[in-house]
Design a protein around this ligand. Sequence first.
Ligand code: ADP
Ligand code: MG
Length: 727
Amino acid sequence: MSTFRHKALSEFSSHKMERFSVETKPISAFFGQNVFDLKKMRNYLPETAYDAVVQAIEKKTRIDRSVAAFVAEGMRTWAMERGATHYTHWFHPLSETTAEKHEAFIKPYSNGCAIEQFMGDSLIQQEPDASSFPSGGLRNTFEARGYTAWDPSSPAFVMDQTLCIPTIFVSYTGDALDIKTPHLKSLRALNSAATDVARYFDPDTESVNVIYGIEQEYFVVDLSLYRARPDLMLCDRTLQGHTAAKDQQLEDHYFGNIPSRVMAFMKDFETEAYKLGVYIKTRHNEVAPNQFEFAPYHEEANLAIDHNQMIMMVMRKLAKKHNLKVIFHEKPYEGINGSGKHCNWSLCTNKGINVFSPGKTPQDNLQFLSFIACTLKAVYEHHFLIMSTVASLSNSYRLGGSEAPPAVLSMFMGSTLAELLDLIEKGGPKSKKDVEQARMEIVGMVPEIFPDNTDRNRTSPFAFTGNRFEFRAIGSSANCASSMLFLNTAVAQQLKNFKTQVDNELNSGLKQEDALIKVIRKFVKESRDIRFEGNGYGAQWQAEAARRGLRGIKDVPASYKSLLESKTVKLMEETEVMSRRELEARFEVKNEMFVKKLQIEARVLGDLAINHFVPTAIRHENLLLNNVRGMKEVFPADEYEELASTQLKAIRKTAGYVNDLRNLVHVLIEARKKANKLESLQKKAAAYAKDVLPLMDQIRHCADHLEMIVDDELWPLPKYRELLFLR
Ligand code: ADP
Ligand code: MG
């Protein structure tokens, strides 16, 4: 009997490692060759056009249409030299994927000839017929059009012979239909608020850049085995599968030797990444078998996001060449660790000073404490909102387990900084009567908090790691801009608030340092409850967090309501990052995605149960039945009874599971039908979470047990022990 699984397994074991041509030149020799960066612009653009682009990037100014024509011409010339035949506006719709619609440069010329052309207007703006993207109702009224518009702060690049132009995606009425638009606005808001505060310390500060260093976890699986699993193919995760006897218990995969097939894949995508101007810095095995991580060097936030999305795209494409499939899903396998996307976050002034780096002078240290205090306050005030932005169906399978951050937000500061904050909160060292001296003492303590001095707490969703914060709750498949934009905005709000309060103190006659210390202390006190240094995985913390009034995600669709809370609307509107309409649209889209994804999972599981597991179980049952019938013929009755007893039990067990599966799938279909009838997306999502999801667990439970009792020869899907280990 040959199942799909056996075919896949034989393909898997006969897989020969091909020799891939590896770049032998030093990386610096080809780094950035597929990016139209400033260096190339200098060669391909007239001086006025070049200056306009530099201005647009640095000062966020608009580019004139007449100038755009020169930029487009230069871009096309360069891209064609790199083999490009098409161009596309590349954007990030709300579905958290990337989107592209290719247009050829070519255009008819007289006498059946053709010429290549790329107009300035086509660079600046396009109107893709993108009406099928989720818009949360922003486009279903009188105007269905969506426009993409060039984002000059992220350079164009060539991929697959196509010139890709990073763009924002907005509706006719100017509402954001994408993630990039509000993200850029959040960066602008944070830049402006942070610059104002940084000027207390250096009046010449011109701007503050937001910096991200994004660590990306992922799984790989053999392509043949992947194709033999409908659940992986359609849902990116396994909906069934008994745990392998050995998976991650021995911790032998983590930081272990990278399997050679994966290594070849890594080298391949890293080379492409370098050509695209991405500084990939680290690669290693993660905790679960077949799980890996890469992290590029940190850089400006908008670029970091585009780069992360670009590399995910490159990895998906290149994996096939290696007969692999890359999986970005947060929890492809039950029972072993899932994947996250850690976003390391810091703020850097135009003078190159990281405000989260404890400095050498008391001035620097006050700056450090000011920004720390504002971040604490921002995360405290909007902890539920920030946490809910990472909530998705796929991330919900990972969050809150003992491998990923808990579903309630808290901040870990490390013992030295925590002690210092406690001290600040209490009003400084008690022994010192002299305020001036107490202040100096506080400020003087800061240099001790160097990166080496901060302990690592892997159980915290938001940790200070010496010169930056690491937000660890984001899911591996997400575009992390959709979470970070809320964090940026919340911090911008508190920096503004901080400035107003400090200025008030200054106006009432306090010296600058005293005014700063006073407001820092106030912020640290007010945000006390967000700080937690203990074990985030422990049950105690759950109780403690509840006592402190910290709200966590219990139910994904319910948490989306945070987007509509008046506190959120006020935050997003007063900083001009998002309007109420845009928030409402996002709320709709999030619910819609939740429902649709769960709908697909429920359908696939129903199909697997009825068309794969039940027939397999019946085949197995028939084998046992035949065997028992034969025994009855051969053995005398008393002997038969004894010998057949365990077989009969096994038949009963199998028949029981078959029965349960059929019944449960029936109930599942009814629950879906009932939920589908609900008009409101929000109610539909709630019904899916409450009524459909638990049934899927029950079905899985039966199927996993069946896998353990059914003849291995008959089992149709590759098992965990087969999926999880590459040579
Ligand atoms: P970890 O030990 O947490 O796994 P990694 O080395 O995998 O760390 O990744 C750390 C990430 O943090 C890298 O992308 C790195 O460039 C980034 N990073 C380092 N310093 C900063 C900073 N000041 N701001 C933002 N990101 C930073
Ligand atoms: Mg790491």
